[in-house]
Design a protein around this ligand. Structure first.
Ligand code: ZN
Length: 172
C-alpha cells in the first residue's frame, strides 16, 4: 500500500477523491435504506442528505478536472493510507439490525477516515496545488464529522450501543 505523500498530481488526487465520494454516496444510500427499515425517517433523511453532499462533491471533482481525463483507478491502485477507502468503512457492518446510533457512529468513523485521508495528503503531498485542494476537502469532511457528532449527541442515549466503535464525542 502506497502513501498520501506519493499522490503528486492533481489528476491523481482528483481520481482518488472521485472514487472516495462515489463510495461514500453508495454507503449513505445503504445506511438510509437501513434506517427506512427502522422507521427512522429523520436519520434516513440525514443520510440521504449526506449522499447528496457526496454527489455534489463528486461533481465538483469532475469540474476541477476540467475536461481532462482522470486516471481510472483499479482497487489495487488506490493510494489509501489504510486497507480500505477512507470513507467506505467495513461493508459487513451495515445490516438492517443497526440502530440509528450505530449507523451514525459508522458514518462518523467513515467521515473521520475521509478527513484524515485528505489531511494526510494536505500535509504530505509533494505538490503545492494538491496540498491546497486536499486541505479544502479535509475542511469539508471535518464539517461532516461535526454534523454527525451533533446528531449522535441528540440521539436517545438509551439506544446507544457502543461496541468496538469510538465513543461519540459529545459536543454542547
Ligand atoms: Zn464527507
Amino acid at each position: 500500500m502506497t502513501k498520501p505523500q506519493e499522490i503528486a498530481t492533481k489528476a491523481e488526487f482528483l481520481a482518488h477523491a472521485f472514487a472516495l465520494e462515489q463510495e461514500s454516496v453508495d454507503r449513505y444510500e445503504e445506511l438510509a435504506d437501513a434506517m427506512d427499515t427502522h422507521n427512522n425517517p429523520e436519520v434516513a433523511g440525514l443520510f440521504r442528505k449526506m449522499a447528496d453532499f457526496g454527489r455534489k462533491h463528486a461533481a465538483e471533482v469532475e469540474r476541477l478536472a476540467a475536461g481532462s481525463e482522470l486516471p481510472v483507478l483499479e482497487p489495487w491502485d488506490f493510494k489509501w493510507s489504510d486497507d480500505e477507502g477512507p470513507e467506505t468503512g467495513d461493508y459487513a457492518d451495515i445490516d438492517y439490525l443497526m440502530t440509528p446510533v450505530q449507523a451514525l457512529q459508522f458514518a462518523l468513523v467513515n467521515e473521520k477516515h475521509s478527513r484524515d485521508f485528505y489531511g494526510r495528503v494536505a500535509a504530505h503531498s509533494p505538490t503545492r496545488t494538491v496540498r491546497q485542494l486536499a486541505d479544502e476537502f479535509a475542511q469539508e469532511e471535518a464539517e461532516h464529522v461535526t454534523l454527525l457528532e451533533r446528531w449522535i449527541a441528540r440521539q436517545d442515549p438509551a439506544t446507544a450501543v457502543q461496541d468496538d466503535l469510538d465513543p461519540p464525542n459529545i459536543v454542547d
